[in-house]
Write a protein that binds this ligand. Structure first.
Ligand code: ADP
Ligand code: MG
Length: 464
């Protein structure tokens, strides 16, 4: 047998092993599209896009690894590369005993097929540029599933979360990805505000059918910021019919909102309940690691290198809004470009010092935090500050302390003073709440909402 023949056999074995491990759909959509390439004496698995790579690793990583090892040798690690597909004859190496340790030299894919229809999609919001972390993993996975098989899984997919956390990005990514896989689909991204404007315009021009065909004739409707519809009865009525029409014909909807449907208070129940028919998923503020990963990704495009300690500094300053996070990085890189100087921690600190303090309204103080938390739990401020140990008062008190720790830069003893307690009690409470947050969704939601409220408008107290 010649080398290429043997390589072809090995590749066929590998494919068989994969095929045996997944459903036909998964095989057709994902694994059958892996192609082999030779890199020195290693076999590289070439995938069509970064999105594809992530999906394969996430969903079928173990299978691929097992199959790879069983065919190419027990020490072999599958190596991936994003790139154009080979269709020429295989020239795989025979000797696969010692694959090198390097990981795939991932290359960016070129642009996907450019959407020709008026999709309104924002070009740069793609899965490829979406950094996945704990805070958004579920929303991301659901979005990918929807993009892969529109209308088949979750309808609607409803994504909610605070400003700047990636909702618009994900909606657009679904559109791009679905079009890449199914170029004939009709995809439309629209903000709720533009949906309303289109509607008004169609009435003004006495062309209601234009509006209907525009929005009811799509395969995927990506409707952003649906909280905008609150209290606007006529558009709610119209959207209700659009929703039903799309739903009944199995068309996919992905809807975003800054809050859970239950908190869209002026929405009629019939619409609210429809939002819950499919899958509801939230996006949380990113943790430190994700923030750094996002910054690192953005920094790749900076004209001058951004040192890691600068990225960490920025990630430490901005925690609950990715747009602001990117904004802070942009200001630092802009400063360095303007001054033709490399970026270092000291300059970054100086540049961001102004920005952070001037952007911040009035500093948030413990009084406001205590008052707001007490209200949320139906207690008085006196209750929270009292020595009573009954539940759920204790929890409310602990959450207030936790929020003081998170949202102010007061020291533990200083916070303790506000609660007539010592710093070890504060520390204990903070740690306790952190643990509860990881296990109790209701508390998590409550704390999250309080945080958002306080950050948004709470800064009226004189503080410490
Ligand atoms: P939202 O619609 O929730 O207010 P956006 O989708 O507009 O937020 O995101 C704000 C900015 O942050 C955008 O520039 C977006 O690309 C970026 N962004 C958000 N989430 C991520 C992420 N996970 N990875 C990379 N960039 C992100
Ligand atoms: Mg948005």
């Amino acid at each position: 047998m010649t080398q290429p023949e043997r390589a072809n056999d090995l590749w066929a074995d590998f494919r068989d092993a994969l095929k045996a491990g997944v459903s036909e759909t998964n095989w057709d959509t994902w694994l059958s599209r892996l192609e082999p390439d030779a890199d020195g004496d290693r076999i590289v698995l070439v995938v069509p896009s970064e999105f594809h790579l992530r999906w394969v690793q996430d969903k079928h990583g173990d299978l691929v690894e097992g199959a790879y090892r069983s065919v190419f040798g027990t020490d072999a690690e599958p190596i991936f590369r994003v790139g154009e597909m080979l269709s020429s004859e295989l020239t795989l190496p025979l000797d696969t005993e010692e694959p090198g340790p390097d990981s795939a030299p991932g290359r960016e894919t070129g642009e996907g097929s450019a959407p020709t229809k008026a999709t309104n999609l924002i070009n740069r919001y793609r899965f490829e540029s979406f950094v996945v972390g704990q805070s958004n993993r579920f929303a991301w996975a659901a979005s990918m599933a929807v993009a892969e098989q529109p209308g088949a899984h979750y309808n609607p997919l409803f994504i909610y979360g605070g400003a700047g956390l990636g909702k618009t990005h994900l909606l657009n990514a679904v559109g791009h990805q679905a079009l890449e896989m199914y170029p004939d689909l009709v995809v439309r991204y629209v903000s709720s505000e533009n949906f309303l404007n289109d509607f008004i315009e169609s009435i003004r021009r006495k062309r209601p059918d234009d509006f209907k065909s525009r929005y009811r004739g799509v395969d995927i409707l990506l409707l952003d910021d649906v909280q905008f519809f609150e209290g606007k009865e006529q558009i709610l009525e119209e959207f209700f019919h659009t929703f039903n029409s799309l739903y009944e014909s199995g068309k996919q909807m992905v809807i975003s909102s800054d809050r859970h449907p239950r908190n869209l208070s002026t929405l009629e129940d019939r619409l609210r309940s429809r939002f819950e028919w499919g899958l509801l998923t939230d996006i949380q503020p990113p943790d430190m690691e994700t923030r750094i990963a996002i910054l690192r990704r953005n920094a790749e495009f900076a004209p001058r290198p951004v040192p890691v300690d600068v990225l960490e500094h920025i990630a430490g300053l901005v925690s609950d809004n990715i747009r602001e996070l990117e904004g802070a990085l942009t200001r630092v890189t802009a400063w360095s470009a303007l001054n033709r100087r490399d970026i270092d921690l000291e300059t970054a600190e100086r540049v961001l010092k102004d920005i952070v303090t001037s952007d911040e309204p009035v500093p948030l103080g413990p009084e406001t935090i205590i008052r707001t938390s007490a209200q949320a739990y139906g207690f008085s401020v006196e209750d929270v500050l009292s020595s009573s140990r009954r539940q759920p008062l204790v929890l409310c008190r602990q959450i207030s302390m936790y929020l003081c720790r998170e949202l102010t830069d007061l020291s533990l003893p200083k916070i303790g003073e506000h609660f007539n307690r010592d710093h070890t009690t504060v520390l204990h409470s903070v740690e306790k709440v952190k643990r509860i947050l990881r296990s109790d969704r209701a508390v998590f939601d409550r704390v999250n909402q309080l945080t958002q409220e306080l950050r948004k408008g709470g800064g009226v107290s004189t503080g410490s």
